[in-house]
Design a protein around this ligand. Structure first.
Ligand code: NAD
Length: 487
């Protein structure tokens, strides 16, 4: 383990200043298993200071025109883009993902989040109607809500944090953000850019620490009327309980158990590499990753053979290796949890076709204690098995056969989640029919993870409440008022 002196030590960012904390949490480099960073272990005191700063900054920031706020967001996007390489290296070290993925997805998307909301905030209009018979004109006004509490997870740290900060401040709110205690570094790096971008003190406050301590202090604070949360379903339940007495506005983006439905007329040349990517990208740690693959019986054997061969080509390597497709999982506890699912499947009589317990992973000596795992394909598994029902959030996917369209829709819908699905078929009519019947907030057909930020993003059933996107985020981060004028 590195000596304490060498450790990177983060500080909270409150009222435009870095503030040390009285206690810290160790943060691990997932590729070595070594502590490399100390994250503030904040609590009530830090939340009180952040609320005071956010409250004081609100009148000035919310009174600015959308154009003025937009310029600040654009400047922040430019500064993040200039630091792209440093941020990508830091995100990879903190999270375990490959530098390539951080460089090509996480950080560019964080930049895009600010540019996108800097632009979209300029284009909202309000409603107006007339009631001539009573000489009335009605219109709506939208105003920022106040102090927004933003809580984000560890899988796409800066990407998901900025997906909340950008629309919240674009709409004129001030924010208190709490990134995951497991991945706080890039949020802290972003704080260093805020002043130069022209973000006034108190508009963006970032408070680090654990969910039960600082997360709950934020959620329970009576002066924070809105919580935007991305994370797991059990945490969302707790947040909903704590918010209920205050009637807070809630946006909950939660987990998934996402099906891929592959019909016999699918183009396997495209479907197989895309389904390998949708199962294992970012170590399978994306809420949108595929984890149940339903394949029509007539092509089942061919698909399975080719899919397993392609999975074996998906290289697990140290995050800095440019040829690696996958890096390390987030933590030792998470690695053990993901492995335990494979063990349970084996005990139930399922077959593990490649990966965990079947193939051998070779790593350099200094990475032997890292949290690496091979991409794993399971088959001969029942729909009732926990591997087919629960979110594993790791590089594990199950492949099962189906006969008919009606049957597969019913099976795909038979889980508590409803976040994302993919459908593979060259029959346009079928694609529309199936997409319409799937209980899923997002359906990709013949592709995966192509995002249009203007359109609603979010899940149904236990995958969440609310949607995010240009219009949806604007509506969430503002309160609407209806005004009637009699003339
Ligand atoms: P998590 O719920 O454990 O933690 C998420 C955040 O909530 C962290 O910042 C954590 O510190 C905080 N938190 C934990 N307990 C809290 C509490 N009691 N009060 C307030 N805050 C608390 O989730 P995770 O393990 O970090 O992330 C993985 C989960 O996130 C998966 O379920 C995944 O599917 C989901 N996710 C969903 C989306 C989406 O857009 N739908 C995107 C990414 C991840």
């Amino acid at each position: 383990m590195a000596g304490t002196k060498a450790l990177l030590t983060l500080e909270n960012f409150i009222n435009g200043k870095f503030v040390p904390c009285s206690s810290y949490i160790d943060s691990y480099d997932p590729s070595t298993g070594e502590v490399y960073c100390r994250v503030p272990d904040s609590g009530n005191e830090e939340i009180e200071a952040a609320v005071e700063a956010a409250r004081a900054a609100f009148p000035g920031w919310s009174a600015r025109s959308p154009q003025e706020r937009s310029q600040v967001l654009h400047r922040l996007a430019d500064l993040l883009e200039k630091s792209l390489e440093d941020l990508a290296q830091a995100e990879s070290r903190d999270q375990g993902k490959t530098v390539t993925l951080a460089r090509t997805m996480d950080i560019p998307r964080s930049v895009q989040n600010f540019r996108f909301f800097a632009s979209s905030i300029l284009h909202h209009t309000s409603e107006c109607t007339h009631m001539d018979h009573v000489d009335c004109l009605h219109y709506t006004l939208r105003a920022p809500v106040g102090i927004a509490g933003l809580i984000s997870p560890w899988n796409l740290p800066l990407y998901l944090l900025t997906w909340k900060v950008a629309p919240a401040i674009a709409a004129g709110n001030t924010v208190i953000a709490k990134p995951s205690e497991l991945t706080s570094v890039t949020a802290w790096m972003m704080c260093k850019l805020l002043e130069t971008a022209g973000v006034p003190p108190g508009v963006v406050n970032i408070v680090f620490g654990t969910g039960p301590k600082v997360g709950e202090a934020l959620v329970s604070h009576p002066e924070v009327p809105l919580i935007s949360f991305t994370g797991s379903q059990p945490t969302a339940e707790r947040i909903a309980q704590l918010s209920a007495p205050h009637c807070k506005k809630l946006s909950l983006e939660l987990g998934g158990k996402n099906p891929a439905i592959i019909f016999e007329d699918a183009n396997l040349e495209e479907c197989i590499p895309t389904t390998v990517r949708s199962s294992f990208a970012n170590q399978g740690e994306i809420c949108l990753c595929t984890s149940r693959i339903f394949v029509q019986k007539s092509i089942y054997s061919e698909f399975l053979k080719k899919f397993v061969a392609a999975t074996r080509m998906w290289k697990v390597g140290i995050p800095s290796d440019p040829s690696a497709n996958m890096g390390a999982l987030i933590s030792k506890a998470h690695l053990e949890k993901v492995r335990s699912y494979v063990k349970k499947a084996r005990a139930e009589g399922a077959r593990i076709l490649c990966g965990e317990g079947v193939d051998t992973l070779s790593l350099p000596p200094k990475n032997q204690a890292g949290y690496f795992m091979l991409p794993t394909v399971i088959t001969d598994i029942k729909d009732e098995s926990c591997c087919m029902k629960e979110e594993i959030f790791g590089p594990v996917t199950c492949v099962v056969p189906f006969d008919s369209e009606e049957e597969v829709i019913q099976r795909a819908n038979s889980v508590k989640y409803g976040l994302a699905a993919t459908v593979w078929s060259s029959n346009v009519g079928r694609v529309h029919r199936v997409a319409k019947k799937l209980q899923s907030g997002l359906v990709w057909t013949n592709c995966w993870l192509i995002r249009e930020l203007n359109l609603p993003f979010g899940g149904m059933k236990s995958s969440g409440i609310g949607r995010e996107g240009a219009k949806d985020s604007y509506e969430f981060f503002t309160e609407v008022k209806t005004i009637t004028i009699k003339h």
